[in-house]
Design a protein around this ligand. Structure first.
Ligand SMILES: Nc1ncnc2c1ncn2[C@@H]1O[C@H](COP(=O)(O)OP(=O)(O)OP(=O)(O)O)[C@@H](O)[C@H]1O
Length: 696
């Protein structure tokens, strides 16, 4: 038997001679002629090659075929190419790099196969080993497996799972007879084979030199190249993972609607989300790299440097007194090479304030459309309110109690700054000593009982919205002075504080007092009165609102019955007459309360006079003179004309005041009592004397 082992398979360097080549050819010839002879018995054929020949034969491969392999269809090819896009790109890049460095010389051709032997790409020297009827362009997508092309380098590499070389006649198909090929498997990070790299070059036989030095260089080259491709692939994958993790982190940070800042351990800002750009109103490039102190002040900077955990801290920066922020700090542990630092969550105080006031129910629900009334008086007032609400100026609402001043304040707010907070303060309901701190706020520990952290005042909370000061006539003079300054400077300083904060709010003040008269009597600051009364709206009393009593009564009945889930009763003509003819000193509020009373008293579907509150019914009870002689003095009493004494007293006094247009002297005379008694009784019976000033 020919023995080519000596010639071909010297440990690392392979000497190929014409004789050796011929012996190999002979071996192959004998094998192909007589397949029953096991090639294992040929001493000159490597065992793994011989076994592959046998498998190729058993798989029915035609060794003389010129048509090389099966082709996948175009859809399958497109799919496989897409799946291996990175691998193909990286292989090409490595190949070009090796070519530039002259490591891959021009007589080498390079092939890339997927793990199943599908040819993915080829580079370099025109492939001489394929037959002419298969142009180069069409070989991508061919399946080169042991079953289709028989023994060749990558097929054996597939079998042995290691780098392999194959010399000329060792290839099973004669079409490869003049090639020397080396193949190396490519593995992924999990050590799974993902493809094969093959380098091939052409050898003409007989050899030009008698002895041909067949170096293991191509095998080493393809093995090293496989390592380079694998490394690059892993690097690309890690980079893509990192990039997508970074992108995901960016997306997460961008959907968080609060400012997120990451600093290093010296307080230098490393990363921010987009919200921070909005909060600081500064471009990102002017934030990154600066210290946190610059934006949130040195106290926050120190906390970061000291690795402190801070839950809620109000911070304002020395560069930017107008703004304050709520800051939460979490220190970051040292991680690998990364030094420790901190994550800060930042929210503008005004946003927190708006949230808190919304949550605590201090928000304006009324709009001008919801103000009920068809009378000219109310329509004109609404149109004035709408016009005034367009400007930024302060507005003064005057009018008797219950005429809807708070309603108007809410409607003005909603027409102008519906997004901002609506902060309502009732100056009469608050103790004098509290009103100042309530309005202007205080710094921590500024007086006994003050909270440690201090508290923002209602003026600060109203920033970006409306401050509604109800019953402003009851505001202490010293507080009026501070308020005036705030209105003039548009900035506020907390009690015990030393920093002014800019505030932007619209003041709507309301009163049922005569502020002008009060200012003459030095009970109200005239400068504040002038400032407030530039735009003032006088709300009409109900008795001057034509048919609004009927409209409002029906509206309140429907509203109340919807609430208690009961069919709304009608109002009898007589009862309606009573409602219409009543003076309504308590205005709309009194009307609303009266109809609620009547709905509750009436059992059926009709509200009658007897269902109305006593005071109303009594006031309009048919007598000769409703104002002067409402009581039958003849002793001819019926159950219907007996009333409680205090009700009678109230009716008599109200009627006298009504008739005399609040002329106390005359009213007292009519009632036959001293003026001082009249004052006392009016106070006891809760009669608002000012109400009757303009009575017709
Ligand atoms: N035009 C209106 N349409 C619907 N409800 C109204 C109207 N006017 C007043 N009201 C109702 O009357 C009541 C009193 O209104 P509001 O509190 O605004 O009056 P006010 O003038 O501010 O009273 P006070 O001076 O006593 O504070 C509220 O319950 C309000 O809902």
């Amino acid at each position: 038997m020919p023995d080519t082992k000596e010639n071909l398979h010297d440990a690392h360097n392979l000497i190929l001679t014409n004789t050796g080549w011929e012996q190999l050819l002979e071996c192959k010839k004998i094998f192909l002629q007589n397949n029953t002879i096991a090639p294992k018995e040929y001493a000159g054929i490597r065992l793994e090659v011989a076994e592959s020949w046998l498998r190729s034969h058993d798989l029915g491969v035609n060794p003389y075929k010129s048509s090389l392999a099966e082709h996948l269809n175009s859809n399958e090819i497109a799919k496989i190419l897409a799946e291996n896009k990175d691998l193909i790109g990286i292989t090409k890049a490595v190949f070009i790099d090796l070519k530039i460095k002259d490591i891959m010389t021009s007589n080498y051709a390079l092939y890339l196969f997927d793990k199943n032997g599908v040819l993915l790409s080829h580079e370099g020297e025109k492939i001489k080993l394929i037959s002419e009827d298969h142009p180069e362009s069409s070989i991508v997508g061919q399946v080169w497996s042991e079953a289709t092309v028989g023994t060749c380098a990558h097929v054996l590499s597939m079998h042995l799972k290691k780098p392999v070389y194959i010399v000329g006649p060792e290839h099973y198909c004669t079409v490869f007879q003049n090639s020397c090929t080396s193949a190396a498997p490519l593995t992924n990070e999990d050590n799974e084979i993902i493809g094969y790299l093959v380098v091939s070059y052409h050898i003409d036989f007989p050899l030009s030199h008698d002895s041909y030095y067949l170096s293991t260089y191509p095998l080493g080259l393809i093995t090293a190249m496989a390592v380079a491709v694998e490394n690059k692939l892993r690097f690309t994958k890690s980079y893509q993972l990192l990039k997508s993790a970074h992108h995901m982190q960016e997306v997460i940070l961008s959907v968080i609607e609060e400012g997120i800042i990451i600093t290093d351990n010296r307080g230098k800002i490393i990363t921010i989300n987009k919200e921070v750009v909005n909060i600081f109103n500064t471009p990102e490039e002017e934030i990154i790299g600066r210290t946190i102190d610059r934006f949130l002040g040195p106290q926050i900077g120190e906390a970061v440097r000291n690795n402190e955990t801070i839950d809620i801290e109000e911070a304002s920066c020395s560069n930017n007194h107008d703004k304050s922020y709520l800051v939460l700090i979490r220190p970051l542990d040292k991680h690998g090479n990364y030094p420790n630092g901190a994550v800060l969550r930042v929210n503008p105080m005004e946003m927190i304030n708006a949230l808190v006031t919304n949550r605590t129910g201090a928000f304006a629900t009324y709009t001008f459309d919801k103000i009920i009334g068809k009378s000219n008086a109310i329509k004109e007032t609404i149109s004035l309110g709408k016009r005034f609400s367009l400007s930024n100026e302060n507005i003064l609402l005057t009018g008797e109690s219950g005429t809807g001043k708070e309603l108007f304040a809410q409607a003005i707010h909603n027409a102008h700054r519906p997004q901002g907070p609506f902060i309502a303060v009732n100056c009469a309901a608050m103790p004098r000593e509290l009103i100042e701190s309530e309005l202007f706020g205080y710094e921590g520990g500024s007086f006994t009982g003050a909270e440690r952290r201090g508290r923002a005042g209602k003026i600060e909370l109203a920033h970006g919205g409306t401050l509604f000061l109800d019953e402003i006539g009851d505001m202490p003079l010293e507080v009026q002075a501070i308020l005036l300054r705030v209105l003039e400077d548009k900035k506020v300083m907390r009690i015990g504080g030393h920093i002014y904060k800019k505030v932007d709010f619209r003041l709507v003040a309301a009163t049922n007092k005569d502020l002008e008269r009060m200012s003459h009597e030095n009970l109200f600051r005239s400068d504040l009165f002038f400032r407030l009364s530039i735009l003032s709206i006088q709300l009409p009393p109900l008795r001057k609102r034509d048919n609004d009593v009927e409209v409002l009564a029906n509206y309140f009945i429907a509203k109340y019955c919807a609430k208690i889930k009961r069919k709304a009763p009608l109002i009898s003509e007589e009862a309606l007459e009573v409602l219409k003819s009543y003076g309504w000193p308590g205005n709309v509020r009194q009307l609303e309360n009266s109809v609620i009373y009547a709905v509750n008293l009436a059992q059926g579907d009709l509200i009658q006079c007897r269902h109305l509150p006593e005071s109303l019914y009594a006031a309009s009870h048919p007598t000769a003179d409703n104002y002067r002689e409402p009581i039958d003095m003849t002793g001819n009493y019926t159950l219907e004309n007996i009333y409680k004494i205090d009700v009678m007293e109230k009716i008599l006094i109200e009627n006298a005041l009504y008739k005399t247009r609040n002329n106390i002297t005359k009213a007292a005379e009519l009632l036959g009592m001293a003026k001082s008694t009249l004052y006392r009784k009016a106070k006891e019976l809760n009669i608002n004397m000012g109400t009757f000033k303009n009575s017709d």
